[in-house]
Design a protein around this ligand. Structure first.
Ligand SMILES: Nc1ncnc2c1ncn2[C@@H]1O[C@H](COP(=O)(O)OP(=O)(O)OP(=O)(O)O)[C@@H](O)[C@H]1O
Length: 232
């Protein structure tokens, strides 16, 4: 397994927001992490990448325990986290934004996103929302991660643009990456995922094949409402 999580508890202030979550993310596929607003998905990703501390539980990256390791150490171990919010440096050009990430790998990034190559000397603030998201993703990939955490890339983007991003995510997984994808467009996420996890009120209420949720929309609805047991 690329990433393994056991009994993870994470708090915001005094209140536990992630309450004993266990799952694993294998290489070479997308695992979708779904759930209603406030379920704890962002908090979970932040604890995985070391932005927030874990109160209890274990996080394993390629067989090494990292729940007390720094953010930088986890990044060095192969973890990349694309946070919510699409933060680019607006006054820097596309190229300069990528140089902030690394000095090499630019052509690879442009291979993945030809849209960006055409606009490499344009200030990132002038890009469309979709192009900015491609830039953020390209920057995360410059470090050649082996595990990729993606938090709601689609926020505020048109469905067509989201589809384009999902296709790229699918290709990245096919090339060997382990992807944990938090996504509001549940059907698009399930369409490229093998496994799905659904969180509700800090707990995992579904953990199983993505296809099962796609085939039975009622199941997804029940999971969102927190009426399913894990593994259902
Ligand atoms: N910075 C914060 N300080 C205190 N509480 C927070 C903070 N951010 C989130 N919370 C609370 O933690 C809980 C989980 O929020 P989180 O953002 O992790 O959920 P989410 O599933 O990612 O939802 P969303 O889709 O809205 O981002 C919510 O009850 C939220 O109100």
């Amino acid at each position: 397994m690329s990433l393994e999580v056991r009994g993870l508890v994470v708090a915001r202030g005094q209140a536990p927001v992630v309450r004993g979550v266990s799952f694993s993310v294998p290489p070479g596929e997308v695992t979708a992490l779904l759930g209603p607003n406030g379920a704890g998905k962002t908090t979970l990703l932040e604890a995985l990448s070391g932005i927030l501390p874990a109160q209890e539980g274990e996080v394993w990256l390629f067989g090494v325990r990292v729940e007390r390791a720094s953010r930088v150490a986890r990044a060095r171990a192969g973890l990349a986290h694309v946070e919510q919010g699409r933060a680019v440096f607006p006054s820097l050009t596309v190229e300069e934004n990528l140089w902030v990430g690394a000095r090499s790998g630019l052509e690879e990034a442009f291979g993945l996103f030809p849209e960006l190559e055409k606009r490499r000397r344009v200030p990132a603030g002038q890009l469309s929302g979709g192009e900015q998201q491609m830039l953020v993703l390209a920057r995360a990939l410059l470090g050649r991660p082996r595990v990729l955490l993606l938090d709601e890339m689609s926020l505020g983007l048109a469905p067509l643009v989201v589809r384009r991003l999902m296709e790229t995510v699918e290709r990245l997984a096919q090339a060997g990456l382990a992807v944990l994808l938090v996504e509001q467009f549940a059907h698009l996420a399930l369409g490229i995922a093998r496994q799905a996890l659904v969180m509700s009120q800090g707990r995992l209420v579904y953990s199983g094949p993505a296809q099962a949720l796609l085939r039975e929309p009622g199941l997804l609805q029940e999971a969102y409402l927190g009426r399913l047991e894990v593994g259902a």
